[in-house]
Design a protein around this ligand. Structure first.
Ligand SMILES: Nc1ncnc2c1ncn2[C@@H]1O[C@H](COP(=O)(O)OP(=O)(O)OP(=O)(O)O)[C@@H](O)[C@H]1O
Ligand SMILES: [Mg+2]
Length: 219
């Protein structure tokens, strides 16, 4: 069976500046990978390439065995919507919507007609947010925003789930809970990639990598 995502000798430059060079990586179904590395090293850039938000400037990116290098932007966007869930480093919630509406909104578009509200409520309740369902982002703490972003990603049950420092801003017990939820997504076959500075979280993944000197190495 093909890997969910595979990178072969991927490079990324912004203008003349090389951010990533010769990065190779494969994510199998139902597994989790953790990536650590110093600030500014290119971790978020790497996730954005894995998540089809940006194109690599060299090398090959395969999705379920298919080289996506020549896919038109519209096809790539459609694939991204169906295939990838993100928990961004900055939560990126919609400010005019409540917590519950933020969780449901993408699922409305992608799983048209499917009843998602009850599932969304259960996710938010499991994250200790049952008393905040109808609050807007500006009324919520950073840790709460992060849990909403995670619920939004989990609700879609994507084949690939990418989380950028998902336990930042969380106290240890919530961090543990969020970690469990991320890793539990594996049981449905989802492949999970977690960028983290938390050594404890990284150790729970099936494979761990370090991003240093612009490339990825097993940690
Ligand atoms: N659109 C862009 N144009 C030019 N340079 C960029 C762009 N996006 C990121 N960079 C640069 O690329 C480098 C890597 O950034 P990136 O956000 O991937 O690092 P990171 O490892 O995620 O850091 P952190 O741990 O602080 O989140 C940084 O030097 C950043 O300034
Ligand atoms: Mg980052």
């Amino acid at each position: 069976m093909s890997n969910l995502i595979e990178l072969r000798d991927v490079g990324k430059q912004y203008g003349e500046e090389v951010i990533l060079a010769k990065v190779s990586f494969a994510l199998a179904r139902g597994t989790a990978a953790a990536i650590t590395g110093h600030s500014g090293g290119g971790k978020t850039t790497l996730l954005s390439i894995m998540g089809l938000l940006q194109r690599a400037t060299s090398g090959t990116v395969l999705v379920d065995g298919q080289d996506i290098g020549n896919l038109a932007a519209s096809r790539l966007a459609k694939l991204r919507g169906e295939y990838v869930g993100f928990v961004f480093q900055r939560a990126r919630l919609i400010h005019s919507l409540t917590a519950l509406e933020n969780v449901i909104a993408p699922a409305w578009f992608i799983r048209k007609g499917v009843k998602v509200e009850q599932e969304a409520k259960v996710l938010l309740e499991n994250f200790g947010l049952s008393h905040r369902l109808h609050h807007k982002p500006q009324e919520l703490s950073l840790g709460q925003l992060r849990r909403i972003a995670l619920a939004r990603a989990l609700l879609l049950k994507p084949p690939v789930l990418l989380a950028d420092e998902p336990t930042n801003d969380l106290d240890p017990s919530l961090a543990a809970e969020v970690t469990e939820c991320l890793l539990a997504a594996r049981t449905g076959g989802t492949g999970v990639v977690i960028v983290t500075h938390d050594a404890g979280l990284a150790a729970r993944a099936d494979q761990t990598f370090q991003l240093a000197e612009k490339t990825l190495r097993p940690a």
